[in-house]
Design a binder for this molecule. Structure first.
Ligand code: C2E
Ligand code: MG
Ligand code: MG
Length: 670
């Protein structure tokens, strides 16, 4: 009932602006009256019922005054009282139980009062106790007060009933022959009663109606404020593009799932879904198409996972998160695979992928809660992130589940992240140098600087472990500057070797002001940029972004050379070769290692070398571990080699001799 009234009120006031009730209400009183009647119906029904149940016994009790003032006719008035009282209560109860509206019950009350007056007055007029009755007649005013003040009757009904009582009294004056003074005095008294009680009734009714209006308006405003708040909240947790939950909502969900896992042991899985090469797609097809692609992927993703009761949200630009109750890794992986297949089946053309595959695909990293002491929610998200990274590294368009044996688990990774922050001040980080031999001269023409990290317990962490963590936390930027400065000081300022190659992560290249900072380091160490090479790994995050290319151009202006590292392990390699001038391309050691036992792999290595040579780059083969491999790569006519056979990575000499090309000395000492 209440909501029906609210809806009508809303229609009346308009959805957006309820306005100030009374002013705008004036125009449509009938409609509002109906609302009021609707709204107050139940309360008035109850009030009418309880009122009559109170009034009837009082009315009957007046039989005592009948016996005192008009005993000669009381044998009629007393049964009449019982009759009217009882009859009206029976009718009222019937109406009440049949759920009749308040107006009908009130009409019964009004009729009961008027009839109660008439059936008392008519026999009373026959009394022989004229004087006593002349006083007793004043009691009739109580009936007027009853309809106007005691019952909460509507003004019209109250006016009509009290008018009838008044008229009946006036009529009775003609029947009962009083003096004119009595008639004037009593008629005036009744008139005053009639006017005053009717006026008070009108005032009360107006007041009740205004209270109703104010209360409803306050209710409406309250509801609108609540709705506005809810809409705002919805907006703050909804992704405006896809209509999915956004990252904030996903974080809240994650916390809820996490709490359930901690308290009730309900295991859950997190799946991170990332659109492959989305940046390329956006750049090539435009933002509108990019948005459309994301929406299509989001819808398909929802269709796949929501029937399973999963919650899904947009976690980042082109990254989605799926969270659901699951306790088996195989199930999480199966769902992740289904997602990959579902998105691939959308057949959204993507001609600009760096791996040549022509359609939009996703990579999925999944993890599942496991009982690991002291684990935190962040660790679980981190695991999904690492699984996603692993999926990307495995060639994209595939799913991977987090493997705790792959890299250090949550806390260890956090420890490393914490150590990386203090590594430079605490001297926990160092550089070792591995020689690079140029085959034409046999000279050690360069050293590659490789970073080492010592943990607080004195053990070493592998770069394969701490470099990704440093990249993820951003620590790589400061560590990178430190490594460039250190390498320049260790080898170039002292003229130990002609060139130092330093590994540089794409995160560093994207860092604002990277080129300027490098220029400052070169100036500070007095080293020419021509003697520095930056190795970029053809890795997972190697997106060819304008800011990266801009940074590379600035660095090239300083004379810095660029080498493409680990060629053949990723997908970006050929695109990079097309877009950028690399002075040297380092062929990944896996090709050489495979080639040692198999003729097919040997041919593959030769083909790769041929391909790169045709583009005019200098070629270096990494991972030369023995004479056989050395002879093999030499026979392919490459330019340089690096590997344990030439020299292992080693710390710089404590007191290096300032002679250029003294690399052998460093190598010998290591
Ligand atoms: P990378 O740049 O390809 O470095 C070559 C890796 O191969 C080094 O591993 C080196 O120790 C190893 N290696 C050298 N010769 C041989 C060999 O004959 N056989 C075998 N099996 N391995 C050999 P390391 O030092 O563990 O570094 C791993 C990776 O970590 C590096 O690969 C590089 O991508 C990254 N990294 C190392 N230092 C830095 C750094 O200062 N900054 C950045 N961004 N990355 C770094
Ligand atoms: Mg390298
Ligand atoms: Mg390498």
């Amino acid at each position: 009932m209440k909501s029906r009234v609210m809806m009508s009120m809303r229609r009346f006031w308009g959805e957006s602006d309820p306005g100030v009730g009374n002013v705008r209400l004036a125009g449509r009183p009938v409609e509002l009256r109906a609302l009021y009647n609707d709204y107050s119906n139940e309360a008035r029904r109850v009030l009418a019922r309880s009122g009559l149940w109170l009034a009837v016994p009082v009315y009957v009790l007046f039989l005592i005054t009948d016996l005192i003032f008009i005993p000669d006719v009381s044998h009629v008035t007393i049964p009449a009282r019982f009759l009217i009282g009882g009859f009206s209560l029976v009718i009222l109860e019937f109406q009440f139980l049949r759920q009749r509206r308040a107006g009908e019950l009130e009409a019964t009350c009004a009729a009961a009062v008027v009839l109660g007056y008439v059936v008392w007055l008519v026999p009373a007029l026959q009394t022989a106790n004229a004087e006593a009755f002349s006083y007793y007649a004043a009691f009739g005013a109580i009936f007027m007060m009853g309809v106007n003040l005691f019952f909460s009757l509507e003004f019209g009904l109250a006016l009509a009933s009290s008018g009838l009582i008044f008229a009946t009294f006036l009529l009775s004056l003609t029947e009962f022959h009083y003096s004119s003074a009595y008639c004037l005095a009593f008629a005036t008294f009744y008139l005053c009663c009639f006017v005053f009680t009717s006026y008070v009734n009108w005032k009360l009714n107006t007041e009740r109606f205004n209270v109703f209006l104010n209360a409803r308006e306050a209710e409406l405003q309250q509801r609108q404020a609540t709705e506005r708040g809810e809409a705002l909240l919805r907006l703050s947790i909804t992704d405006s593009l896809t209509g999915m939950e956004n990252r904030r909502a996903a974080d809240i969900r994650l916390k809820q799932f996490w709490e359930r896992w901690r308290q009730d042991g309900v295991a859950f899985a997190i799946l991170l879904v990332d659109v492959d090469f989305f940046k390329k797609y956006n750049d090539y097809y435009g933002h509108q198409e990019g948005d459309y692609c994301l929406v299509t992927v989001a819808n398909a993703l929802s269709d796949i996972v929501t029937p399973l009761g999963a919650s899904v949200g947009r976690y980042g630009g082109e990254e989605f998160i799926v969270i659901l109750d699951l306790d088996r890794g195989e199930d999480a992986l199966a769902l992740a695979d289904a997602i990959c297949q579902g998105i691939e089946a959308l057949d959204i053309v993507h001609a600009q992928r760096l791996d040549g595959f022509g359609h939009v695909t996703v990579s999925v990293g999944a993890t599942i809660t496991r009982d690991v002491v002291g684990t935190k929610l962040e660790n679980v998200i981190n695991e999904a992130d690492r699984a996603l990274y692993s999926a990307k590294a495995s060639g994209r368009n595939c799913a991977r589940i987090f493997d705790p044996n792959e890299l250090p688990g949550g806390d260890a990774s956090e420890n490393i992240a914490a150590i990386l922050k203090i590594a430079i001040q605490q001297n926990l980080v160092s550089l070792v140098y591995q020689p690079i031999q140029y085959l034409e001269t046999g000279e050690i023409g360069a050293y590659e600087a490789l970073m080492r990290l010592q943990l607080l317990d004195g053990s070493n962490s592998s770069p394969a472990v701490f470099i990704p963590i440093a990249e993820r936390t951003g620590a790589i930027i400061e560590l990178g500057y430190w490594a460039i400065r250190r390498a320049c000081r260790d080898l170039l300022t002292r003229d130990i070797v002609e060139t130092v190659s330093i590994n540089v992560s794409p995160i560093q290249l994207r860092a604002p002001g990277f080129a300027a900072q490098v220029a400052a380091i070169l100036a500070e160490t007095g080293v020419s940029g021509h003697r520095v090479a930056f190795e970029i790994t053809e890795g997972v995050d190697m997106e060819i972004r304008p800011d990266v290319l801009g940074s590379i151009q600035d660095l090239k202006r300083l004379g810095i050379k660029f080498w493409l590292d680990d060629f053949g392990t990723g997908f970006a390699g050929l695109s990079w070769l097309r877009l950028m001038e690399f002075e040297t391309v380092k062929i990944d050691k896996s090709f050489l290692h495979d080639a040692t036992g198999s003729d097919g792999a040997k041919i593959l290595l030769e083909d790769i070398i041929g391909l790169v040579r045709n583009r005019g780059h200098r070629i270096l083969v990494e991972g030369v571990e023995n004479e056989e491999q050395f002879d093999l790569v030499k026979s392919f006519g490459i330019d340089a080699v690096q590997g344990y056979y030439i020299g292992r990575p080693a710390p710089p000499l404590k007191h290096p001799i300032a002679v250029r090309h003294a690399g052998r000395r460093l190598q010998a000492s290591a």
